[in-house]
Design a binder for this molecule. Structure first.
Ligand SMILES: [Ca+2]
Ligand SMILES: [Ca+2]
Length: 184
């Protein structure tokens, strides 16, 4: 009871001393602004003051991208034989699957009607590194890759910092389930 009384008294003093009054000047901007989870946008405050209609405002410049730069025909990864692009049509997603801040690629590769594996291409920032035919997950029987074509997405569904995969699996025209592959 004594502690509660002290807290109430401090609160009253703060109100009497004018805590509710607006500050004379707006707080000065300092530091960085973060957009999304891993994109750091450096705001360069020029403090170039412009006046319009009697209102003075600070002018800011940003470093947002406005174009794409082609990285060459060789690409960041490829296969000259043995890897069918048709086998992953509609089952290719991007996400930061190893949580290093760079988005990667995952492809559910169809080996047969009920045989598939999730191949992963980890980004180094300048190329993709194929993580092998065995992939990060797969099924040799009972799981139809065709049942999730066009219904595969990625996101950090459990909030641990690594993106995961969700697949809406069609069992029949009126029965489906969202299957989840958590990145470990
Ligand atoms: Ca990554
Ligand atoms: Ca996750």
């Amino acid at each position: 009871m004594f502690m509660r009384g002290v807290v109430l008294a401090v609160g009253c003093i703060a109100l009497v001393s004018g805590c509710a009054e607006p500050p004379d000047e707006p707080p000065e901007f300092e530091g960085n602004v973060y957009v999304g989870r891993d994109a750091e946008v450096s705001l360069v405050a020029t403090h170039e003051m412009i006046e319009a209609g009697g209102i003075t405002e600070a002018l800011y410049t940003t470093s947002f991208a406005t174009r794409f730069q082609y990285q060459g025909d060789f690409g960041w990864w490829g296969s000259n034989g043995g890897y069918s692009a048709d086998a992953v049509t509609g089952r290719m997603v991007s996400g930061d699957f190893n949580g290093d801040g760079r988005d990667d690629i995952a492809q559910l590769y169809k080996y047969g009607a009920f045989s598939s594996r999730v191949h992963v291409l980890l980004s180094t920032g300048t190329s993709f590194q194929y993580q092998g035919d065995f992939g990060w997950w797969g099924s040799n029987g009972g799981y139809s890759p065709d049942a999730v074509t066009g219904r595969m997405v990625s996101g950090d569904f459990n909030g641990d910092g690594s993106d995961d995969i969700a697949l809406l699996y069609k069992y029949d025209p009126s029965w489906s389930r969202v299957h989840v592959l958590l990145a470990r």
